[in-house]
Design a protein around this ligand. Structure first.
Ligand SMILES: [Mn+2]
Length: 357
């Protein structure tokens, strides 16, 4: 396992590479070319520039999160082949620069959804939170505006202003896309790109839908064991893999995360590990990483990753906002550093316990 932190790039992230370098045991970052838009070809020069910047700080660029998939591909429009070719060109350029992990998602319209970006907890920290009743009471474009107003001035991934302008149009183009169509469009996309991934040994790692159920009537296909198994079996090659995000998948208490990790095994290429508290159906708050602070058993989760021999990058994913830090919601330095340390501590204990038998 390689501990890492997500980094949004200079000018976008409140956290610097130099700060990340000082988190004990943190080997690298997961990043993206934040100034690109979905469907655009990433140049080798830009990729190399990002890699050089990360390496100059003494860190490794362990993967890309995300290379976003253009809506025309998800919807299955005729224009999709053009965007798929661009995606392949981007993969070739990434492969030539030695990048071997690409996280992506196949969620329509919204990359992720929350009803509150700064819910206050008893100790004064704030967390992201979800309440289905609130979501049901607002229109998607109103939610977009609300999210923007609460993002502390940061542009959040998946909530770029240009998407806000198109939100009604996006709902329109997705109106005939049900789960079956979306799944078939995902397979069409993967069949086209997998030969390039195999050539450069790039592992594609699809991220779970967040939350793991349908919102605003939009289809969800990466939300439980059955659906992920279907995807992995439809294209049974190693490069067609997943990002196991404990927080997204764990938003639904019916999902047994430990069982999923053990079942998906070497098809897991990237791990997002965080905790959350379930408050009832369709209601949860994000939490500190520690088992005692949430509903997930982080020891059992880390033990499962250990037992499958997980060697890929792991990141602490979202954290709470603490100690007065101003950052993109969920992506401050302090709580993610605490999370990384805790997860590495669990890992060391599991490893040493195992060796001593
Ligand atoms: Mn995640």
């Amino acid at each position: 396992m390689k501990m890492s932190l997500r980094w949004f790039g200079k000018g976008h992230d409140s956290v610097s590479l130099e700060e990340i370098r000082q988190i004990p045991g943190c080997q690298g970052v997961i990043s993206t070319l934040y100034d690109t838009s979905p469907g655009e070809v990433w140049s080798r020069e830009a990729i190399r520039g990002l890699k050089d910047e990360v390496e100059a700080a003494g860190l490794e660029l362990l993967g890309i999160e995300s290379v976003n998939v253009h809506d025309d591909i998800k919807v299955g429009l005729e224009t999709r082949d053009y965007y798929i070719n661009n995606y392949i060109e981007t993969l070739e350029n990434l492969g030539k620069e030695g990048i071997d992990l690409v996280c992506y998602n196949f969620m329509p319209v919204f990359d992720w959804t929350r009803s509150d970006l700064a819910k206050k907890r008893e100790d004064g920290s704030t967390v992201l939170s979800y309440d289905q009743e609130i979501i049901d009471s607002i229109k998607p474009d109103e939610m977009f505006k609300e999210m923007k107003g609460k993002s502390q001035g940061f542009v959040m991934p998946g909530w770029e202003p240009e998407r806000l302008e198109r939100v009604k149009e996006l709902f329109e183009i997705y109106k005939d896309v049900d789960e079956e169509k979306l799944f078939n469009n995902l397979i069409y996309f993967l069949e086209a790109i997998i030969p390039t991934c195999e050539k450069y040994d790039i592992k594609m790692a699809i991220h779970a839908d967040d939350p793991a159920w349908s919102v605003f009537g939009l289809p969800r296909i990466i939300n439980n064991k059955e659906n992920i198994t279907r995807l992995l079996e439809a294209l049974p090659v190693k490069n067609n893999g997943i990002t196991l995000c404990t927080g997204s998948m764990g938003s639904n208490p019916d999902n047994d995360i430990v069982d999923m990790i053990r079942s998906f095994g070497d098809r897991i290429h990237f791990a997002h590990v965080r905790n959350l508290i379930h408050h009832g159906p369709g209601m949860f708050d994000e939490a500190a990483h520690y088992s005692y602070d949430g509903s997930l058993d982080m020891y059992e989760i880390m033990k499962a990753f250990y037992d499958i021999g997980f060697t890929g990058p792991m990141r602490p994913d979202h954290g709470r906002a603490i100690w007065g830090e101003k950052s993109m919601p969920g992506y401050g330095l302090y709580d993610r550093a605490l999370g990384a340390s805790y997860l590495l501590g669990l890992w060391e204990a599991i490893d040493k316990g195992q060796r001593k038998g």
